[in-house]
Design a protein around this ligand. Structure first.
Ligand SMILES: C[S@@+](CC[C@H](N)C(=O)[O-])C[C@H]1O[C@@H](n2cnc3c(N)ncnc32)[C@H](O)[C@@H]1O
Length: 282
């Protein structure tokens, strides 16, 4: 029986190790068993579609999701806090489907591979962890619990931020459910949401898309053409302007008014048309 649905038990076990909950590491533990059940359900379904199912879990904490995930597939759990790593080892060491890697997931993710990544992410590095996750070899599905504001940005219907446009080049996103603050201990000040990304096999070249977005979102208030023309030309501006209409982009509009997919199309057209100077546009 998973022991950490109880706040008292969390406190007692951390105290025994001479530790405490670390807000600086974004520690808000899931303590509601029904919520945990619902969150692991779509992860389980995704695993059933994989030929070699396995999961990388970022920030397992005390194992709220881990103890359910290991029922379905091998889990590689990446935890930064040595105290939590100790408690995870106590609970799961020796279980066939459990492997713990202690350290910063931003580093320890490198070299790992799995079709499914999931986690209740530490809020202070959400963007970094999601971007890192997108480049894990063999990844097909992401399932992340994040602040609702962040999930809304990821799933927005319009190009409201460069992150929205960048993420959507990688896969189809879906908001799965909102998780009230009362499901966590300590109780966070904001609501959280669980969302998924099902990754595409075909995408626009990420390096060119990233440069295009950096040039396009220099100022949200400016017409996109004016943003392209000021500052460092990360891509050849004339080519970007010439190709924009073929991607359905009206350069008189502001960056948020452009369709998300139009940026992806333009990045593809640029990649096909530009002989990139490796010194300047690497
Ligand atoms: C929001 S808590 C989630 C804990 C647990 N999965 C749960 O749902 O109860 C985030 C977890 O990420 C861990 N963490 C924070 N920064 C990390 C990093 N850079 N690499 C790996 N884990 C990290 C924290 O120690 C914590 O366990």
């Amino acid at each position: 029986m998973y022991p950490y649905y109880s706040r008292d038990r969390i406190q007692a076990d951390l105290r025994e190790l001479g530790g405490a909950i670390r807000k600086s590491m974004g520690q808000n533990f899931l303590i509601d068993p029904n919520t945990i059940d619902r969150l692991v359900r779509p992860v389980h379904e995704a695993l059933q579609t994989c030929s070699e199912p396995s999961v990388i879990e970022i920030g397992p904490g005390l194992g709220a999701l881990t103890h359910r995930l290991i029922e379905y597939a091998p889990v590689t759990a990446l935890e930064l806090d040595p105290m939590l790593a100790t408690l995870l080892r106590r609970q799961f060491e020796g279980q066939a489907n459990f492997m713990l890697i202690e350290g910063d997931a931003r580093r320890t993710l490198a070299g790992l591979t799995a079709p499914v990544l999931c986690g209740n992410l530490p809020y202070y590095i959400t963007t970094e962890l999601i971007l890192e996750s997108l480049s894990v070899p063999g990844v097909q599905h992401l399932f992340f619990l994040v602040q609702t504001e962040f999930a809304k940005r990821a799933c927005a219907k319009t190009a409201e931020s460069s992150f929205t446009v960048f993420l959507r080049n990688f896969g189809e996103v879906k908001l799965l459910e909102r998780v009230p603050a009362s499901c966590f201990y300590p109780v966070p000040s904001v609501e959280s949401s669980f969302f998924t990304v099902q990754l595409y096999e075909e995408r626009a070249p990420a390096a060119i898309l990233e440069k295009l977005l950096r040039m396009s979102y220099r100022s949200k208030r400016k017409k996109i053409r004016n943003s392209w023309r000021v500052g460092e030309a990360l891509l050849p501006v004339e080519t970007v302007e010439d190709l924009a209409p073929s991607a359905g982009i009206d350069a008189e509009k502001r960056p948020e008014e452009i369709a998300i997919e139009a940026y992806h199309t333009l990045a593809r057209l640029i990649a096909a048309n530009v002989v990139v100077d490796p010194e300047r546009h690497a």
